[in-house]
Design a protein around this ligand. Structure first.
Ligand code: OAD
Length: 255
Protein backbone atom coordinates (compact mmCIF):
# COMPACT_ATOMS: atom_id res chain seq x y z
CA UNK A 1 0.00 0.00 0.00
CA UNK A 2 1.47 3.39 -0.93
CA UNK A 3 2.26 5.84 1.85
CA UNK A 4 -0.53 8.05 0.51
CA UNK A 5 -3.17 5.33 0.85
CA UNK A 6 -1.82 4.28 4.22
CA UNK A 7 -2.07 7.84 5.53
CA UNK A 8 -5.35 8.50 3.71
CA UNK A 9 -6.95 6.14 6.19
CA UNK A 10 -5.32 8.13 8.96
CA UNK A 11 -6.78 11.54 8.10
CA UNK A 12 -8.80 12.57 11.14
CA UNK A 13 -12.42 11.49 10.89
CA UNK A 14 -14.44 13.79 8.70
CA UNK A 15 -11.50 15.86 7.51
CA UNK A 16 -11.36 14.17 4.11
CA UNK A 17 -14.98 15.00 3.38
CA UNK A 18 -14.51 18.62 4.47
CA UNK A 19 -11.43 19.00 2.27
CA UNK A 20 -13.29 17.58 -0.73
CA UNK A 21 -16.32 19.81 -0.19
CA UNK A 22 -14.48 23.10 0.34
CA UNK A 23 -13.61 25.20 -2.73
CA UNK A 24 -11.84 28.20 -1.14
CA UNK A 25 -8.57 27.09 0.43
CA UNK A 26 -5.79 29.17 1.86
CA UNK A 27 -2.51 27.31 2.24
CA UNK A 28 0.28 29.04 4.20
CA UNK A 29 3.70 27.42 4.00
CA UNK A 30 6.87 27.93 5.96
CA UNK A 31 10.36 26.48 5.91
CA UNK A 32 9.09 23.06 7.00
CA UNK A 33 7.64 22.37 3.55
CA UNK A 34 11.16 22.72 2.07
CA UNK A 35 12.89 20.79 4.85
CA UNK A 36 12.07 17.58 2.98
CA UNK A 37 14.05 19.00 0.04
CA UNK A 38 17.10 19.40 2.25
CA UNK A 39 16.74 23.17 2.66
CA UNK A 40 17.48 24.06 6.31
CA UNK A 41 14.55 25.66 8.13
CA UNK A 42 15.05 29.16 9.39
CA UNK A 43 15.51 28.11 12.97
CA UNK A 44 17.82 25.21 12.17
CA UNK A 45 21.36 25.86 13.28
CA UNK A 46 23.35 27.13 10.28
CA UNK A 47 25.54 24.34 8.98
CA UNK A 48 29.10 24.24 7.73
CA UNK A 49 30.94 27.46 6.95
CA UNK A 50 28.09 29.52 8.29
CA UNK A 51 27.75 27.72 11.61
CA UNK A 52 29.41 30.65 13.34
CA UNK A 53 26.94 33.22 11.98
CA UNK A 54 23.43 33.75 13.30
CA UNK A 55 20.98 34.16 10.42
CA UNK A 56 19.33 36.97 12.37
CA UNK A 57 22.57 38.93 12.34
CA UNK A 58 22.96 38.60 8.57
CA UNK A 59 19.43 39.12 7.24
CA UNK A 60 19.23 42.86 8.03
CA UNK A 61 19.85 46.12 6.11
CA UNK A 62 22.39 47.15 8.77
CA UNK A 63 24.39 43.94 8.30
CA UNK A 64 24.45 44.50 4.55
CA UNK A 65 25.48 48.15 4.91
CA UNK A 66 28.25 47.14 7.31
CA UNK A 67 29.59 44.18 5.34
CA UNK A 68 27.88 43.80 1.93
CA UNK A 69 30.34 41.14 0.72
CA UNK A 70 29.70 38.90 3.76
CA UNK A 71 25.91 39.13 3.44
CA UNK A 72 26.10 38.65 -0.34
CA UNK A 73 28.33 35.56 0.14
CA UNK A 74 25.91 34.14 2.70
CA UNK A 75 23.02 34.46 0.24
CA UNK A 76 25.14 33.02 -2.57
CA UNK A 77 25.74 29.98 -0.31
CA UNK A 78 21.99 29.69 0.28
CA UNK A 79 21.28 30.17 -3.44
CA UNK A 80 23.63 27.30 -4.32
CA UNK A 81 22.01 25.13 -1.66
CA UNK A 82 18.55 25.90 -3.05
CA UNK A 83 19.60 25.46 -6.69
CA UNK A 84 20.75 21.94 -5.77
CA UNK A 85 17.46 21.21 -4.01
CA UNK A 86 14.43 19.79 -5.78
CA UNK A 87 10.76 20.38 -5.04
CA UNK A 88 9.53 17.49 -2.90
CA UNK A 89 6.23 15.59 -2.89
CA UNK A 90 4.80 18.25 -0.61
CA UNK A 91 5.44 21.07 -3.09
CA UNK A 92 4.14 18.89 -5.92
CA UNK A 93 0.97 18.03 -4.01
CA UNK A 94 0.26 21.69 -3.36
CA UNK A 95 0.68 22.37 -7.09
CA UNK A 96 -1.77 19.51 -7.82
CA UNK A 97 -4.26 20.88 -5.29
CA UNK A 98 -4.14 24.26 -7.07
CA UNK A 99 -5.24 22.47 -10.25
CA UNK A 100 -7.99 20.56 -8.42
CA UNK A 101 -9.19 23.59 -6.43
CA UNK A 102 -9.26 26.78 -8.56
CA UNK A 103 -10.27 28.72 -5.46
CA UNK A 104 -6.99 27.84 -3.73
CA UNK A 105 -4.63 30.62 -2.63
CA UNK A 106 -1.02 29.81 -1.73
CA UNK A 107 0.96 32.12 0.55
CA UNK A 108 4.54 31.23 1.36
CA UNK A 109 7.05 32.68 3.81
CA UNK A 110 9.81 30.83 1.97
CA UNK A 111 12.16 32.57 -0.42
CA UNK A 112 13.38 29.41 -2.20
CA UNK A 113 11.03 29.43 -5.21
CA UNK A 114 10.39 25.68 -4.84
CA UNK A 115 6.62 26.10 -5.09
CA UNK A 116 7.03 27.72 -8.52
CA UNK A 117 9.48 25.02 -9.59
CA UNK A 118 6.90 22.40 -8.53
CA UNK A 119 4.33 24.03 -10.82
CA UNK A 120 2.22 26.14 -8.44
CA UNK A 121 0.77 28.77 -10.82
CA UNK A 122 0.31 31.61 -8.34
CA UNK A 123 2.42 32.08 -5.23
CA UNK A 124 2.07 35.02 -2.86
CA UNK A 125 5.66 35.44 -1.62
CA UNK A 126 5.49 37.22 1.74
CA UNK A 127 9.24 37.37 2.15
CA UNK A 128 10.42 37.73 -1.45
CA UNK A 129 12.53 35.37 -3.53
CA UNK A 130 16.22 34.62 -3.09
CA UNK A 131 16.50 34.01 -6.83
CA UNK A 132 15.96 37.72 -7.52
CA UNK A 133 18.40 40.55 -6.78
CA UNK A 134 17.53 44.22 -6.42
CA UNK A 135 19.45 47.42 -5.86
CA UNK A 136 20.07 48.35 -2.22
CA UNK A 137 19.83 52.03 -3.22
CA UNK A 138 17.18 52.45 -5.93
CA UNK A 139 15.29 49.17 -5.41
CA UNK A 140 15.35 48.21 -9.11
CA UNK A 141 15.08 44.45 -9.56
CA UNK A 142 18.07 43.28 -11.61
CA UNK A 143 17.06 41.56 -14.85
CA UNK A 144 20.70 40.84 -15.70
CA UNK A 145 23.94 41.06 -13.72
CA UNK A 146 26.93 42.46 -15.65
CA UNK A 147 29.69 41.41 -13.27
CA UNK A 148 28.38 38.36 -11.42
CA UNK A 149 31.74 37.74 -9.72
CA UNK A 150 31.71 41.09 -7.93
CA UNK A 151 30.71 40.63 -4.29
CA UNK A 152 28.12 42.13 -4.43
CA UNK A 153 27.54 43.13 -8.09
CA UNK A 154 26.31 46.65 -8.88
CA UNK A 155 23.02 48.00 -10.18
CA UNK A 156 22.96 48.71 -13.92
CA UNK A 157 20.76 51.77 -13.29
CA UNK A 158 22.46 53.65 -10.46
CA UNK A 159 25.65 51.70 -9.65
CA UNK A 160 24.29 50.91 -6.19
CA UNK A 161 25.06 47.53 -4.64
CA UNK A 162 22.78 44.59 -5.45
CA UNK A 163 21.13 42.65 -2.60
CA UNK A 164 18.80 39.65 -2.56
CA UNK A 165 15.15 40.57 -3.20
CA UNK A 166 14.02 39.16 0.16
CA UNK A 167 12.41 40.81 3.20
CA UNK A 168 15.01 41.38 5.92
CA UNK A 169 14.32 41.77 9.61
CA UNK A 170 13.05 45.26 10.21
CA UNK A 171 11.70 45.55 6.66
CA UNK A 172 8.04 45.50 5.73
CA UNK A 173 6.27 43.00 3.53
CA UNK A 174 4.75 44.31 0.30
CA UNK A 175 1.29 45.70 0.96
CA UNK A 176 -0.32 44.00 -2.09
CA UNK A 177 0.93 40.63 -0.78
CA UNK A 178 -0.54 41.25 2.66
CA UNK A 179 -3.84 42.53 1.24
CA UNK A 180 -4.21 39.53 -1.10
CA UNK A 181 -3.39 37.05 1.68
CA UNK A 182 -5.75 38.59 4.22
CA UNK A 183 -8.55 38.88 1.64
CA UNK A 184 -8.11 35.16 0.91
CA UNK A 185 -8.17 34.36 4.65
CA UNK A 186 -11.42 36.33 5.10
CA UNK A 187 -13.20 34.20 2.48
CA UNK A 188 -11.47 30.87 3.14
CA UNK A 189 -13.30 27.66 3.98
CA UNK A 190 -10.09 25.69 4.64
CA UNK A 191 -6.93 27.20 6.17
CA UNK A 192 -3.96 24.84 6.01
CA UNK A 193 -0.70 25.90 7.69
CA UNK A 194 2.21 23.73 6.56
CA UNK A 195 5.64 23.68 8.19
CA UNK A 196 5.60 27.03 9.91
CA UNK A 197 6.43 27.85 13.53
CA UNK A 198 3.65 30.50 13.37
CA UNK A 199 5.87 32.95 15.23
CA UNK A 200 6.28 35.70 12.66
CA UNK A 201 3.51 38.21 11.87
CA UNK A 202 1.72 39.18 9.67
CA UNK A 203 1.81 35.60 8.27
CA UNK A 204 1.00 34.16 11.69
CA UNK A 205 -2.11 36.35 11.88
CA UNK A 206 -3.78 34.69 8.88
CA UNK A 207 -5.03 31.69 10.88
CA UNK A 208 -6.97 33.88 13.27
CA UNK A 209 -8.61 35.80 10.41
CA UNK A 210 -9.54 32.54 8.69
CA UNK A 211 -10.92 31.11 11.95
CA UNK A 212 -13.02 34.26 12.47
CA UNK A 213 -14.34 33.75 8.92
CA UNK A 214 -15.48 30.26 9.92
CA UNK A 215 -12.78 28.35 8.04
CA UNK A 216 -11.72 24.89 9.12
CA UNK A 217 -8.20 25.31 10.54
CA UNK A 218 -5.68 22.54 9.83
CA UNK A 219 -2.06 22.58 10.98
CA UNK A 220 0.56 20.27 9.46
CA UNK A 221 3.80 20.23 11.46
CA UNK A 222 6.29 18.02 13.27
CA UNK A 223 5.78 19.93 16.51
CA UNK A 224 3.26 21.99 18.42
CA UNK A 225 3.20 25.71 17.61
CA UNK A 226 1.34 28.74 19.00
CA UNK A 227 -1.28 28.06 16.33
CA UNK A 228 -1.96 24.47 17.40
CA UNK A 229 -4.57 25.49 19.96
CA UNK A 230 -6.56 27.27 17.23
CA UNK A 231 -6.50 24.27 14.87
CA UNK A 232 -9.51 22.02 14.36
CA UNK A 233 -7.11 19.32 13.17
CA UNK A 234 -3.35 18.95 13.74
CA UNK A 235 -1.55 16.55 11.38
CA UNK A 236 1.72 15.61 13.04
CA UNK A 237 4.39 14.45 10.61
CA UNK A 238 6.39 15.47 7.56
CA UNK A 239 4.73 17.70 4.97
CA UNK A 240 6.11 15.46 2.19
CA UNK A 241 4.08 12.60 3.63
CA UNK A 242 0.81 14.29 4.61
CA UNK A 243 0.35 16.56 1.59
CA UNK A 244 0.27 13.69 -0.96
CA UNK A 245 -2.40 12.10 1.23
CA UNK A 246 -4.48 15.26 1.18
CA UNK A 247 -4.01 15.60 -2.60
CA UNK A 248 -4.94 11.91 -3.10
CA UNK A 249 -8.09 12.37 -1.02
CA UNK A 250 -9.22 15.34 -3.16
CA UNK A 251 -8.12 13.73 -6.44
CA UNK A 252 -10.07 10.55 -5.75
CA UNK A 253 -13.21 12.56 -5.06
CA UNK A 254 -13.04 14.47 -8.34
CA UNK A 255 -11.92 11.62 -10.61
P1 OAD B 1 10.80 28.04 11.12
O1 OAD B 1 12.18 27.49 10.94
O2 OAD B 1 10.53 29.07 12.17
O3 OAD B 1 9.79 26.85 11.44
C1 OAD B 1 9.79 25.71 10.63
C2 OAD B 1 8.61 24.88 11.09
O4 OAD B 1 8.52 23.74 10.23
C3 OAD B 1 8.76 24.36 12.51
O5 OAD B 1 7.52 24.53 13.19
C4 OAD B 1 9.08 22.87 12.31
O6 OAD B 1 8.52 22.07 13.36
C5 OAD B 1 8.38 22.58 11.02
N1 OAD B 1 8.98 21.50 10.23
C6 OAD B 1 10.28 21.19 10.08
N2 OAD B 1 10.42 20.16 9.22
C7 OAD B 1 9.15 19.83 8.80
C8 OAD B 1 8.63 18.86 7.91
N3 OAD B 1 9.43 18.01 7.25
N4 OAD B 1 7.29 18.81 7.72
C9 OAD B 1 6.46 19.66 8.38
N5 OAD B 1 6.90 20.62 9.25
C10 OAD B 1 8.23 20.69 9.45
O7 OAD B 1 10.34 28.58 9.68
P2 OAD B 1 9.13 29.52 9.35
O8 OAD B 1 7.94 29.24 10.21
O9 OAD B 1 8.95 29.45 7.88
O10 OAD B 1 11.26 35.40 8.05
O11 OAD B 1 9.71 30.97 9.73
C11 OAD B 1 8.91 32.08 9.43
C12 OAD B 1 9.83 33.24 9.18
O12 OAD B 1 10.70 33.41 10.30
C13 OAD B 1 10.78 33.04 8.02
O13 OAD B 1 10.17 33.27 6.79
C14 OAD B 1 11.82 34.10 8.34
C15 OAD B 1 11.93 33.94 9.83
O14 OAD B 1 12.06 35.15 10.49
C16 OAD B 1 12.02 36.22 7.26
O15 OAD B 1 13.04 35.83 6.73
C17 OAD B 1 11.49 37.61 7.11
Amino acid sequence: MSSENALANQLPTGLGGQLVKAERWLILTGAGVSADSGVPTFRDAQTGLWARYDAYSLATPAAFAENPALVWDWYQWRRRLIAAAKPNAGHQSIAELAALKPGLTLVTQNVDGLHQRAGSPEVIEFHGNIGRSKCFDCGTVATSIDEPDRRPPVCSICDGLLRPDVVWFGESISLPAIEAAYAAAERSEIFLAVGTSSLVYPAAGLAEVAADAGALIVELNLDQTPMSALADHVLVGPAALWLPTIAACVREAVS
